[in-house]
Design a protein around this ligand. Structure first.
Ligand code: SAM
Length: 321
């Protein structure tokens, strides 16, 4: 369905938990400890499937499951297969990859279309530092297993000034060797991200142009990402630049947090809680009306760096990055 600015909203991101098994320095506070959920506080599998069913009838054809870390959910395979049965063909997961090796094949068989793995460096010690203790080899194993079983893999990298700029080259080099896309996502001033300085994607583009040169015959825009290819590469390099080149004009998504708040925009505070209605037994038409209303009220743009009385102050794991 179209929002009030004429954008076709066909992409829904559902967060399945706030919990995470890593604590990336720009995402989670150091003292974060996993939430002890009462099952009733987060979207159940049944809630997720009811939302997906209503959303499909409104023209949503792509669902991404995120978090927190979505692979911490014991019912993740069953959720993917349930969404597939509803008839949504494009189902993706964004994950840190730590638990991916064991689950990749099962997720593929359940109907998963592809996986985005967040990875900000290929250096073991740097990875440990950024994730506060994560094991890089687990993520690399997860990526390999995913590729081997036929899942399309995209790597999402956030580059922080003075921390992992030296990782740009080796991350980009992945596209020379494998059919994996590497996407650089600008650091957003959200939650813990406010404590760090990001790098403009333009700088990363120029660095890669100098190091490898881009193939002049390749350029694509898909959703909010601009894709290029290095000369002689297999995979693509994507740039997602929410801060330095506002992409809101092509925003096609709506989000739901793990506790059921519908978010019209990542940067703007939560609105209606859909879980409450689902748990009270609301039928599909009511859920559709709620989603329609929220989509219609999507703001024109995010307000990063501007006065915003409704600014979202939560961390990315709570928003559903
Ligand atoms: N745990 C999963 C993962 O690591 O992919 C999914 C949730 S995580 C919040 C999703 C993505 O948000 C990660 O790629 C992470 O790098 C990104 N992220 C977190 N904080 C961010 C920020 N302030 N700006 C840009 N991206 C951010």
């Amino acid at each position: 369905m179209k929002d009030s600015y004429g954008r076709d909203i066909n992409y829904l991101r559902i967060s399945l938990t706030e919990n995470c098994n890593l604590k990336c320095i720009y995402c989670l506070p150091e003292d974060f400890s996993p939430k002890q959920y009462n099952e009733r506080n987060i979207l159940s599998e049944k809630n997720v499937l009811s939302i997906a069913e209503a959303a499909k009838e409104m023209g949503i054809n792509k669902i991404r499951l995120t978090g927190g870390e979505p692979l911490l959910r014991k019912d993740i395979v069953s959720i993917v297969s349930g969404i597939k049965k509803i008839g949504i063909d494009e189902i993706y997961i964004t994950t840190n990859g730590i638990l991916l090796a064991d689950k990749a094949e099962k997720l593929k068989s359940a109907g998963l279309s592809g996986i985005n793995v967040s990875l900000d460096t290929l250096d073991e010690n740097q990875f440990k530092e950024i994730t506060r203790g994560g094991k890089l080899s687990k993520v690399l194993e997860g990526i390999e297993k995913s590729s081997d079983c036929g899942l399309k893999v995209k790597i999402n990298s956030v580059i922080l000034k003075g921390i992992n700029e030296n990782a740009i080259k080796s991350l980009a080099e992945i596209t020379l060797k494998k059919d994996i896309d590497v996407r650089f996502i600008e650091l957003m001033p959200v939650g813990q991200g406010r404590k760090f300085t990001g790098i403009k994607n333009e700088e990363i583009y120029n660095l890669l142009q100098n190091l490898f040169q881009f193939n002049n015959n390749f350029f694509e825009i898909k959703g909010v990402a601009k894709y290029y290819k290095l000369k002689n590469s297999i995979g693509e390099i994507g740039f997602i630049s929410p801060v330095n080149s506002c992409f809101c004009e092509s925003c096609n998504k709506i989000r739901i947090t793990s506790d059921g708040n519908i978010k019209r925009c990542l940067n703007i505070n939560g609105h209606k809680n859909i879980k409450k209605y689902l748990d009270e037994g609301a039928g599909k038409e009511i859920i559709k009306d709620i989603l329609k209303d929220e989509i219609f009220k999507k703001p024109e743009k995010h307000l990063f760096g501007k006065e915003n009385k409704d600014e979202e102050m939560k961390n990315m794991n709570q928003i559903g990055g």
